[in-house]
Design a protein around this ligand. Structure first.
Ligand SMILES: [Zn+2]
Length: 165
């Protein structure tokens, strides 16, 4: 910028009235004698006049009510989801217990395997474990699969609703 001319800060100060005192007087005098700064000051002044003429846009009359209604709908959806999850916890816990039971039955099987004293007991229980192990495991996994399927089905409408809104 030409050192003789006013800075943008000075021009803006002049146009919005914040540049006062001797500095403001000198700046105004410069604008009176300098065509370039005078033109810039005029454009800044026009801008300031337009900006001060602007008013905040009016919010729609039902804005607050609409926002609150949306918040209420969202909270209701979250509550529904929470309750569905809470309802699913016992079922999941049962499935986990069943699977752990399956694992423990294998463990007990090995434990008994290691005890020489219990070999006769194993002779009796062995076939029982062998007979129950597979169905128990399959049952546990089927149960877990059923719980997860039911869970995904009950959660889907909640997701669909939240996407729609
Ligand atoms: Zn100038």
């Amino acid at each position: 910028m030409n050192p003789g001319h006013l800075t943008e800060m000075q021009l803006q100060g002049l146009s919005d009235g914040t540049l006062r005192g001797p500095e403001g007087l000198a700046a105004r005098e410069h604008c009176g004698s300098c065509a370039a700064c005078g033109a810039e000051l005029a454009s800044y002044s026009a801008l300031v006049a337009r900006l001060s003429a602007l008013t905040d846009p009016e919010a729609p009359a039902d804005f607050t009510a609409a926002v609150l209604a949306r918040v209420a709908v969202r909270e209701a959806q979250l509550e529904t989801r929470r309750q569905t999850l809470l309802a699913a916890i016992p079922a999941c816990a049962l499935a986990v217990v069943a699977i752990i039971g399956f694992g423990l039955s294998l463990h007990v099987d090995k434990l008994i395997d290691g005890l020489a004293v219990a070999r006769t007991v194993l002779g009796v229980l062995g076939p029982v474990f062998a007979a129950t192990r597979i169905p128990l495991g399959i049952g546990a996994f089927l149960f877990l699969a059923a719980v997860l399927t039911a869970l995904s089905r009950t959660l889907k409408p909640a997701y669909a609703r939240s996407v729609e809104s």
